[in-house]
Every structure is written in C-alpha cells, then in structure tokens.
Design a protein around this ligand. Sequence first.
Ligand code: PLI
Length: 457
Amino acid sequence: MNYFPAEPFRIKVVEPIKMTTKEERAELVREAGFNLFSLKSSEVYIDLLTDSGTGAMSDYQWAGMMLGDESYAGSKNYYNLEKAIKNILGFPYFVPTHQGRAAENLLLSLLVNENDYIPNNMHFDTTKAHVLHKKGIPVDLVIDEAYDPTNNYPFKGNMDLTKLENFILDKGTDVIPLIILTITCNSGGGQPVSMENIKGVSDIAKKYKIPFYIDACRFSENAFFIKTREPGYEKKSIKEIVKETFSYADGCTMSAKKDAIVNIGGYLALRDKDLHQKASSLAVLFEGFPTYGGLAGRDLEAIARGLEEVTEESYLNYRIGQVKYLGDKLIEAGIPIIEPPGGHAIYIDASRFLPNIPQKEFPAQALGVELYIESGVRGVEIGTVLAGRDPRTGDHDYPKLELLRLTIPRRVYTNNHMDVVVEGLKKIYQRKDKISGLEITYESDILRHFTAKFKKI
Ligand code: PLI
C-alpha cells in the first residue's frame, strides 16, 4: 500500500451533500437528456465535473475577503496582488480579468491576425476558441507519447521541440505571433511539462524572435511534478521552480480558479510595458478599470493569498497525492486510465473500458451517465461530444482519445469520497458488456457538449 499524505489542514466549515437513490438518479439523468451538465448540483453527490472555481478557500483567504477595498480605482488589493505576482511569478506587470479566458481574449486580440498560426503543446478549448475567434489557426504540437494512454513517460505534456522548430521553418516567423505552452497540459490528461522542455521552447522562441507565453492555470502542480520527477530539481523549493518556470516566458494567462484556489478570477501577466499599456486599455472595454478588471477588490485579495498557499509543498504533496490515490486504486482494479495519473484529474479511457460501444455512440458520455446512476458521481466527457463536428464534412470530429475526466476540486473531498468513485467504477466494470451507447437527439452548432440531449440506444 502506497503512503498518501493526509490533509495539511483541518475542516472548519462543512457543506452537506445529499445521497439520492439509484432509481432517483436514473430518472434524473433521463430527464436531463443524459447530459450531466443539465443536472442540478443538488442532484449530484460527488461533483468531479471540474477543478475550476470549485476549490475550498482557506480561513486566511476568507479573512482577506473582509479586507476588500472596493474603490473603483487604485484598490489596495490590486497592489497586494501585484506584489504577489512579482514575488512569486516574477512578472512586473499584470491586468486582472474576470477569469482565464478573458486574459486569453486580451492577449490574443492584441497579437493574433487573420490566418496566423498559434502553436501550443495542446490548446485548451477556450484558448482554441479565442484563437479561432481572432481568425487564427490553433496548432497542437505535443509529443506523441501524449496520445498513448499506457505510456508512463513522466512529462507527457511536453512540446515536441522538433515539430515546433520544423513548423516555424515551414510556415515562417511572420505568421506565428506567439507560442503558448499549457502547464500542466489539461487536454492531454493533466500531464506535466518538464523544465528542460519549458527552457527548450523558450530557446526556440528566442532564436526566432517569437514571443513565448505560458497558460499557467496549473503552474504549481506542474512545479511539483518537476520537483519530484526531474533530475536536478529534488532539492529546489517549489517557489524556486515556479520562478524559474516563468523566467523563460514573456508572460502568462492565468485562470485563478485553478492554482490560486479562488471561485472566480484570472489575470494576464506581462514583462513588456507597452503591451501592458495596450492590454490595460483593452481591459477597460471588456473587463473594467485596470485595477479591478472585472473583479471585486476582495477577489483580488483572495487570489494574492491563494498564490502563496498553492506554492506550499505540504499542500501540493497532499493535492497531487490525492489524485494519485484515486488513479492508483483504479489501476489496481484493472480500470483503464491515462497513465501516469495527472495533476488535477484522472481520465478514464472509455474506449478500453467499453470496447463494445463504437465511438459514434459516445462511450465516454455513456460511461459518465452510468457512473452518475451508480454512485451519484459527476465526471465530464472529453471525447467525441466535446470535439463537435468537422465543419467541412459535417461528421463528428473524432478525437484520438475518448475520455471521462474525473476532476478533483482542491481541498474539497476526502479519500473516502475517492473510494466511492472507485467502488462505483468497479461495479460498472463488472457489467460493462450490458451498457449501451447513446444517440444525439438535439445539439447546438457551437460548444454542443453543454446542451446536447441524448437517448439510449
Ligand atoms: O475557465 P477559465 O476561463 O477561468 O479558464 C480557461 C482555461 C484556460 N486554460 C486551461 C488549461 C484551462 O483548463 C481553462 C479552464 N478549464 C476548465 C474550465 C476545466 O474544466 O478544465
């Protein structure tokens, strides 16, 4: 039995959650059109839909909320956050935004022109959508290991440096206004990026004079993997690793809803003064005055405090340990997952779990529905439903991997909750041959996964 660190906190406030019966859940999910997004949260026992904005703030963060300075301009919380971003990440400038995608909007609006290419290890949906919105072309250049669920390579989020350099040589630097690196790589299973790779991307970016930005949502989880997996970093502190990570970049977009453990917020951090000025002007249009950027002063304070807490090693030891706890138990039970376990979620490989359901009948969606009925656990499909349709052919845009993501909110659930998830999946695995696929009865043109309706085949 592996050792998993206990929580480095004690619980001061609790929120009751309700267990429904299997019969009730079968009815509720049928009424929801077999789409877990359409369930009320009160109908869910353990909610693993996302780790975004679902974390539990500390008493220190809540206390900071009481010190919110809600002045329209020059709030003291803005300056506290500025100090935290300078100290922890090392960026001199920042613009607060209401969440991560708003920071993407500012950055990409300023840098991307029609038909520009934007290389990333793997774009997250919102980044991809913002690139497309600016009429750019998103390109994923992650290493091939990322697409092999049983490959245990320690840094499966790495950018393929050869592919990147060849891509630049092929297209030319004029049509590549920036390179993005997403740490950890959410779309690839929450897999980390090594420091060697971050530096490698930065070196290529410098060589070709292309700006280099980090999608930093899960930067401290990435730093923990570097510390525990990359030779030469064992003795470095998380703060040192985080500083080094960002030292290679020109800036970062951040959803503070992840690795700042707040319920809302984000920012664009920058090294370039002129770009900061432009981003600040644009922020006035989309977000608000640059010292609050779509947030309340109290939110800025909670982010500043969260950035400190999230770089504590005892927290990360527990956090990554809990995700591994769930992953290891599933592997032990023979349940196919993306290996090794990622930083914020476990991704069940639905193609191997339900080999009898063809991709066109949405195996990952069917598995998500089944897990909800079995245990009241809500995961999220990262597969064909999410991928949508190919606009040229109208057919489903079949992704390489068909996954059910079980995303662990920060500091919210205990390992007993994780055991409920494991037991539920074990039961489903025993009767997997009896599970049928789904057929779409309604879908919207864009982002269909949120509102699609299904029926059982
Ligand atoms: O949800 P936002 O707008 O605060 O952040 C957007 C965003 C950007 N990059 C990455 C890597 C993300 O994972 C991300 C949001 N992720 C969500 C909502 C998730 O459920 O994974």
